[in-house]
Design a protein. Structure first.
Length: 309
């Protein structure tokens, strides 16, 4: 069995490395060749283009940044989808919106390609350790066919339902991560404003059921002020935007999420976009967000104050 892997970013590179650790024949493609070099040193082969890769593989994984990147890689002028052999399984592990996954499933089915959406939960260290959680949408027979491959990269597989349902679950999870991180940052800022030390707040809050367990993993980053990305803030903002888009499509109201995603957007504009999403703490604990708001919304002239629409 030859496996293809497109997208060797923070997560994809580690996932592909774990497939090689289990001696699977691996053909990779990434727009930036340098990101593929460590895998080539481990015995993977590099394809010249997505179509060239597609022609040679039995199973294809994609792990790309956003829906547009997936669509371009699959259906663009140099796309892979029309070059896959009938009955090939395409597993998209990207964090995208459910309606997009369903669109890709339909496009794949038209070419007799078996599509599975399988986004993951876990940071870069978790990916490196092969302990990701896969949230999987697709045909049950196809899911069982790729289970051994997923278990090379993760230690838990949850088959949520048909196409788009794995993506749906991932969207719910990332909504909780994003809003939870922002709420925790605000709570810490209030506590310190009231005279409580950061250490006291960490020691007390992280042991209570009011705080999500993942926040314990962010303590060291916050205390050291070192926000090296495990999950970049800009991708968290993207996922929250996709949640908002999906809510619009389904008639669901997400008032808290919509406010939080705009706070992440402001943090991006303040220079935190490539840092870990826990850098929202640094943004909310300083005054950089006030400067950003001032830049984005200049004060109206006196003559404008009483205008109405």
């Amino acid at each position: 069995m030859k496996i293809g892997f497109i997208g060797l970013g923070i997560m994809g590179s580690r996932m592909a490395a774990n497939l090689r650790k289990h001696d699977y024949s691996l053909l990779v493609f990434n727009r930036t060749r340098g990101k593929a070099e460590p895998l080539l040193d481990r015995g993977a082969k590099l394809a010249d283009s997505p179509p060239k890769l597609a022609e040679q593989v039995d199973v294809l994984f994609t792990m790309l940044a956003h829906p547009d990147a997936v669509e371009q890689a699959a259906l663009g002028a140099n796309g892979f989808l029309s070059h896959l052999k009938p009955n090939t399984i395409w597993i998209d592990c990207s964090s995208v919106n459910p309606s997009f996954s369903k669109k890709m499933a339909e496009a794949a089915a038209a070419g007799q390609i078996r599509f599975i959406d399988a986004p993951v939960t876990g940071s870069a260290p978790v990916a490196a350790d092969g302990k990701l959680i896969f949230w999987v949408g697709g045909n049950a027979v196809d899911v069982e066919a790729i289970r051994p491959l997923l278990l090379c990269m993760g230690n838990k597989i949850v088959h949520v339902g048909g196409p788009g349902m794995g993506t749906s679950m991932k969207m719910v999870i990332n909504l909780l991560l994003g809003t939870g991180m922002a709420a925790f940052a605000e709570a810490m800022e209030l506590g310190q404003g009231l005279g409580l030390s950061q250490q006291m707040l960490f020691d007390s809050l992280l042991s209570t059921p009011t705080v999500a367990p993942f926040l314990s993993l962010k303590r060291e980053k916050i205390e050291r002020g070192n926000y090296e990305a495990e999950f970049p803030l800009r991708w968290m903002q993207k996922d929250m935007q996709l949640a908002s888009d999906s809510a619009y499509e389904t008639g669901v109201a997400l008032p808290i999420t919509n406010v939080a995603k705009e706070i992440y957007r402001l943090a991006m504009r303040a220079g935190h976009d490539t840092q870990d999403f826990s850098a929202i703490y640094e943004y909310l604990s300083g005054d950089s967000h006030l400067a950003t708001i001032d830049q984005e919304a200049p004060a109206p002239a006196m003559g404008q104050l009483h205008q109405t629409n």
